[in-house]
Design a protein around this ligand. Structure first.
Ligand code: PLP
Length: 262
């Protein structure tokens, strides 16, 4: 029996590379018991998203009330939220059930360019959910959208934006610098109290990067209850993601941008 229950509140990706499908694979790989609250269905393959069918906020709440009034939850990953109503419903449930180890991946647009969060929902994400998060994991375009600023183009701007994101209320920010040029990808963890921590990884030469953000955030959520601190959980999650990228080529899931290998 696994000692920890970890929940993914996210969208479905039928192609299995991102969303709740990726999260469940991460959870299993890290030895926790995975549970899910589905916020949206997507019609999707390795080539992109062809449709989104949102779950009404009231039914997202039904899923959460039914699950959280029964199961003990040790960590939560939040991904695709689709609308402001769903975002507000999730924020309310975080308070109602005092959900611990809340990792919010502020998913906005898929790598294929398709929107996964309505632009009108960014405000709800900013004001309702981010202040309740233990950790948020934006990439550079997401950080820029949340701050209403241009995207960072170097490490100094990235650090400044991470610090400004802290002002929105999350306990910690892991800003992901994969979009910056350079031989290494650098992520930065800030908490406003201790010195920022850099995580560096060599770039993996693969086009199979579908679901990398989902895999990292769900791995962190799975590891937080199992590691002594957030720095160690993030370091181990990054190592897992790098291994999953290295092995991505072993999967043939379609002709577009393939998934990482859990
Ligand atoms: N589909 C769903 C349901 C997602 O939650 C996400 C990302 O969070 C994606 C697709 C996008 O994945 P990627 O941008 O890695 O291709």
């Amino acid at each position: 029996m696994s000692a920890y229950n970890v929940v993914s509140i996210a969208g479905s990706d039928p192609s299995g590379g991102a969303g709740i499908q990726a999260d469940l694979k991460s959870f299993s790989a890290h030895g926790v018991f995975g549970m899910t609250v589905v916020t949206a269905l997507t019609a999707q393959s390795t080539r992109g998203v062809t449709g989104v069918h949102g779950v009404p906020a009231s039914f997202v709440t039904d899923q959460m009330d039914t699950l959280f009034s029964d199961a003990t939850v040790h960590a939560v990953k939040v991904g695709m939220l689709s609308t402001s109503e769903v975002t507000e419903a999730v924020a309310a449930a975080v308070d109602r059930y005092e959900l611990p180890n809340l990792v919010v991946d502020p998913v906005m647009v898929a790598k294929s360019g398709d929107r996964l969060l309505e632009s009108s929902a960014i405000e709800a994400l900013r004001t309702e959910l981010l202040p309740r998060a233990d950790l948020i994991t934006p990439n550079l375009p997401e950080a820029a959208d949340l701050l209403g600023e241009a995207e960072a183009t170097d490490l100094k701007q990235m650090r400044d934006q991470a610090e400004r994101l802290l002002e929105l209320g999350p306990r910690r920010v892991l800003i992901k610098g994969g979009h910056l040029p350079g031989e290494e990808s650098v992520d930065l963890l800030v908490d406003g109290v201790t010195e920022p921590v850099e995580f560096r990884a060599g770039r993996v030469d693969t086009r199979n990067t579908h679901g990398t953000g989902c895999t990292l955030s769900s791995s962190i959520a799975a590891l937080l209850p199992q590691r002594p601190d957030t720095v160690t959980a993030v370091a181990d999650a990054k190592e897992y993601l790098t291994r999953a990228l290295v092995r991505a080529g072993e999967i043939d899931a379609g002709g577009g941008q393939g998934p990482v290998h859990h």
